[in-house]
Design a protein around this ligand. Sequence first.
Ligand code: GSH
Length: 213
Amino acid sequence: MLKLYFSPGTACLAPHFLLEELGAPYELVLVDTARQEHQQVAYLKLNPNGKIPLLIADDLLLTESAAICFYLADRYDSKGLLPPFKSKERAQATKWMMYLTNTLQAELLSYFYPDRLTHTADAQAQVKAKAEERVAQMLVFIDASLAQSGGDFLLGNQLSIADLFLFMLCRWTRHMQKPARTYPQLGPFLERMFARPSIVKAFEMEGIVAPYY
Ligand SMILES: N[C@@H](CCC(=O)N[C@@H](CS)C(=O)NCC(=O)O)C(=O)O
């Protein structure tokens, strides 16, 4: 049995979309961050980093949202959410997951938690503003890549875990001055993704309401 430990709208979203997309049986376990449950002994025993999400799959305890997505896509490989091993498309899917986690997700963390990077309120405001600027540059690149992909998704015509991950990260930009939905390719991409029942169901289960992205 699969168990996904979640807190609404956090990095659990991509694995959650994926579980729905795969049609896998799973249980959702709420980690109430308002009550600091992610910092309490019971959760720290499972995930010493105190971060969300966490997946338990039989005797496997797995953290890192991207790693969870790779694992689930491989576990249910017949669903085709990752291209076959050794293919060029697989390499591209891996590249996108690395790009999204190393750059966009990392920059978004600076945007949301500037207090972790510097001390004064002024410096934090500067970090936040700079992070927003850098996110915008990344969105320009992703937007152009979507235009060049030759299809509806990052890999062209094939939906992959990278699209689910991208949707999650784009959602996190929704209150920025130039959110992902305002870009010429990303806007329709987000609309298409939001039309998928898997996405709607995961939002519903997490109690997330509009604006969705
Ligand atoms: N790289 C990790 C990041 C996990 C992460 O930072 N999760 C946030 C929620 S989006 C969290 O647990 N924050 C609580 C905290 O940092 O105290 C992943 O993608 O799984």
